[in-house]
Design a protein around this ligand. Structure first.
Ligand code: NI
Length: 137
């Protein structure tokens, strides 16, 4: 079994908050990410897939195909967008790095199968000090 990772990047705005809480309570729990006037992050997304190496071409998957799936299913939908209000597969959730990573997993799991691999890990880096890894459960 071989694992291969494609990196993509996107910039997006969000606000981490609960509507039923006032701004002070949101600031206490979510910190700067609860700024009522939004803010953005330069996200880095690592998509790792696994599979057998093809005897025909030496690849697990063609990275051109994997990149194309990630772009059409995720990057084109989130880049330079507000994740709370503009992104169909995320907008009704609390926009934490954890929830965004899980939503991206759900977007990619089936399409990755269509190019002959299995999704293994979504790693989403929100800042240089913070990232999450999701393995599907
Ligand atoms: Ni934030």
């Amino acid at each position: 079994m071989m694992y291969i990772t494609r990196r993509e990047r996107f910039n997006a705005a969000h606000r981490l908050f609960r509507e039923e809480w006032d701004d002070d309570r949101n600031m206490e729990v979510f910190g700067k990410c609860s700024n009522p006037n939004w803010h953005g992050h330069n996200y880095t997304l690592f998509v790792t897939v696994k599979g057998e190496v093809s005897a025909e071409n030496g690849f697990v998957v063609n990275l051109k195909d994997l990149s194309s799936i990630i772009r059409s299913r995720v990057i084109d939908k989130v880049d330079h967008k507000n994740l709370n209000v503009e992104v169909d597969f995320i907008r009704d959730k609390l926009i934490s790095t954890e929830n965004v990573a899980a939503a991206i997993w759900n977007e990619l799991e089936v399409p990755v199968r269509s190019i002959g691999a299995e999704l293994h890990c979504i790693k989403l880096v929100e800042t240089e000090n913070n990232y999450v890894e999701y393995y599907g459960n």
